[in-house]
Design a binder for this molecule. Sequence first.
Ligand code: SF4
Length: 208
Amino acid sequence: MERNKREIRQAEMVTKTPIAFWNYGNLPEAYMPASEAGVVGQQCSNCMYHDASYCTKWEEMIHLKFWCKAWMSIDIFENNDELTESDKSFLTELKKYEDINFRPPQSVADAARRGLELRAEYNRGGTAVGVARARTLSNRTKVSPSTINRMVSYFARHEVDLDAPAAKRGNDGFPSAGYIAWQLWGGFPGRSWANKIRRQMVREDERD
Ligand code: SF4
């Protein structure tokens, strides 16, 4: 697994964070240290959803020695007769899109980070979902195919927000909430990248 320097620093920071200060974010209530859950040989570090201290199922940073009920090894996953429809589609996507690079490029990370800075400075723009998306993008953590679809759809719905005068540099009220939200999702680099990845996904879909 290829990791950039920021991811390595983040992974180190994550695993050293005392449990009492852990931010559970999107993680389920039953997320806990594996030792407390009483499971042996199962923890985030060897779960198929784990990628560089990030859980691709819950889309949240994780502690490597924690565990949740969704834990799954790739072997169990592939040989499980009782997979839910959602599990099956996750597995299908995992294989179908294995040649696509879902790691956001630096330009997208920079735009998302700028969005977080602007939001902190002006105290407006974006929802909790947008902030979570910006955190993922700014860390250059791989995103899931469904996140790419959500990004494509977000940009298509919200381009109109940039028509507001306050969304343009030099005007009163800049940066508008819409402008900040747009940056949280990766801004224009995010839109180009999401559209490009989406086209690659469609090509793979058409091969089936
Ligand atoms: S799904 Fe896997 S990686 Fe994600 S929180 Fe649960 S155990 Fe950890």
